[in-house]
Design a protein around this ligand. Structure first.
Ligand code: ACO
Length: 378
C-alpha cells in the first residue's frame, strides 16, 4: 500500500457506509434518515427522530409510546453522578467537562442489563438530566427530578429552568435537536464509531464523543456568536464590526463551512424556527437585529472575499434560537451533545451491524537504527 499520501484530516477518506445522514455541500442539502432536513426538523418529535435513526423507519403510534416510556424510565441519574456534577459545578469545571463525567458514569443508573440498545437508551435519556443537574448546581439551585409527564425536549427545558416550557419553546428546541442530530462522519461521530468498533460499549463511545465535541473546532462556536451579537447590538454598527474583525485577520463566528459552499441548510431551518419562536414568544427586535447582521456580514464577506463563498453556518441561528428559548449560553455545546447523542448511538448500532475494527495506518517519519545510551551518559 502507498504510504506517501497522508490525508491528515481524512477529508478524502470514506471510512464507513451509513444510512443515517447524507450531506451535499455544493447543493446545500442534508438528508437525515431519508428525509430532507426541512421535512424532518419541522414535523418530528425528537423521540421520533431517534427511533428513525435507530430503526431506519418511523415508529407506529404504539412503538412511539414504548420509546417515550423507555426514555422516561431511564432519565434519572444515579446519586453518585449527581454528586459528581455538584463537585464539577463547585470547582468551576466547564459544562462540557461535567457532561463528560455524566456520560461516563451513566452506567451506574443502569438497572436492566447491558446491551448496545439498552446503553443507547441510557445515554440518550440521561445526557439532558446530567446537563441540567450541573447547570442547577452551578447557578446555586437544587436540581430537579425529571418529569414523566413531559416529552424529551420539554422535560430538558423544565429541568433547566424549573418552569414548564411554552409550546413554542418546546417546538423550537425540538427543531434544534432534530436539525443537529446527525451530520455524516464528523469528528465526534467518527470517535464514537472507532471506540465501539473495538467491541467496547456504547456508553464508552458516547463518553469519547462528548470529549471530541468539547473541542472549540467542533462544538464551540454558538456561544461566541451570541457574545458577538450582543456586543454589536450594543455598539449599533454591524458593518463596522464586520470590517474591523476582518481587518484584524479574525474570522467571523457563524460564517463559513468546510463542506457547504452555499448557505448551510441547517441555518435555513433554524432561522425559520427562530423566526417562528420570536414572533410567538420572544424579543422580535433581537431576531430582526440578528437577521440584519447576517445580511450585512454576508455582503461584506462577499465583497472582501469574492474568491470564496462564505455563507451563514448552523452556529449562527443555533445561538439565536437557543438564546430565545431560554437555554443558557454556557449550555449551548452540551445541548448540541443532547441532540447529537441520537446520532452517536445510531452510528454505534450501525457500526456493530457489520463491524470491523477501525485501524488506519500512520506513515512513520521518525528516526531508525538508534543505539541505546545508558541514562548516566545522556
Ligand atoms: N470569517 C472570515 N474569513 C473566513 C471565515 C470566516 N468565518 N471562514 C473562512 N474564512 C476564510 C479563511 O480565513 C481562509 O482564508 P485564506 O484562504 O485567505 O486563508 C478561507 O476562508 C478558507 O478558510 P479555511 O479555514 O480553509 O476554510 P474551512 O472550510 O476549513 O473553514 C471553518 C471552515 C473552520 C468553519 C471556518 O469557516 C471558520 O473558522 N468559521 C468561523 C467559526 C465558525 O463559525 N465555526 C462553526 C462552523 S459550523 C460547524 O462546524 C458545526
Amino acid at each position: 500500500m502507498d504510504d506517501t499520501y497522508v490525508d491528515k484530516g481524512l477529508e478524502n477518506v470514506v471510512a464507513a457506509e451509513t444510512r443515517l445522514s447524507s450531506i451535499d455541500g455544493e447543493a446545500g442539502e442534508l438528508v437525515i434518515g431519508g428525509f430532507p432536513l426541512a421535512e424532518l426538523a419541522a414535523n418530528a418529535t425528537f423521540e421520533e427522530t431517534v427511533f428513525l435513526l435507530w430503526n431506519d423507519r418511523l415508529p407506529t403510534a404504539d412503538e412511539l409510546d414504548d420509546l417515550r416510556d423507555d426514555l422516561r424510565e431511564h432519565r434519572a441519574i444515579s446519586d453518585e453522578t449527581r454528586n459528581l456534577l455538584r463537585e464539577a459545578a463547585d470547582r468551576g469545571q466547564s459544562a462540557m467537562d461535567a457532561l463528560r463525567m455524566g456520560a461516563a458514569s451513566a452506567t451506574l443508573a443502569r438497572t436492566d442489563g447491558e446491551s448496545p440498545e439498552r446503553d443507547a437508551l441510557v445515554a440518550v435519556a440521561q445526557l439532558p438530566t446530567a446537563a441540567a443537574t450541573y447547570w442547577r448546581y452551578r447557578t446555586g439551585e437544587e436540581p430537579l427530578d425529571p418529569r414523566s409527564d413531559l416529552g424529551h425536549a420539554a422535560n430538558y427545558l423544565y429541568m433547566l429552568t424549573g418552569e414548564e416550557p411554552s409550546d413554542a419553546a418546546t417546538r423550537g428546541l425540538e427543531t434544534y435537536l432534530n436539525t443537529v442530530v446527525d451530520h455524516g462522519l464528523n469528528a465526534s461521530t467518527f470517535a464514537a464509531r472507532a471506540i465501539v468498533s473495538t467491541e467496547s460499549d456504547v456508553v464508552s463511545a458516547v463518553t469519547g464523543a462528548v470529549g471530541s465535541l468539547k473541542g472549540p473546532l467542533h462544538g464551540g462556536a454558538p456561544g461566541p456568536v451570541l457574545d458577538m451579537l450582543f456586543d454589536v447590538r450594543d455598539t449599533g454598527d454591524p458593518e463596522g464590526y464586520v470590517e474591523e474583525t476582518l481587518d484584524a485577520g479574525e474570522r467571523l463566528m457563524g460564517f463559513g463551512h468546510r463542506v457547504y459552499r452555499v448557505r448551510d441548510p441547517r441555518a435555513e431551518v433554524l432561522s425559520a424556527a427562530a423566526e417562528r419562536f420570536y414572533a410567538d414568544d420572544g424579543d422580535e427586535a433581537f431576531f430582526e437585529f440578528a437577521r440584519e447582521f447576517e445580511e450585512t456580514a454576508v455582503d461584506v464577506l462577499a465583497e472582501r472575499r469574492p474568491d470564496l463563498t462564505l455563507q451563514t453556518n448552523v452556529e449562527f441561528y443555533t445561538a439565536v434560537l437557543l438564546n430565545g428559548i431560554g437555554v443558557p449560553r454556557d449550555l449551548f455545546t452540551p445541548t448540541f451533545g443532547v441532540a447529537r447523542v441520537g446520532g452517536w448511538t445510531a452510528h454505534c448500532l450501525e457500526q456493530l451491524e457489520d463491524n470491523r475494527i477501525v485501524r488506519p495506518r500512520a506513515r512513520y517519519v521518525g528516526e531508525t537504527g538508534r543505539t541505546w545510551t545508558p541514562v548516566e551518559n545522556r
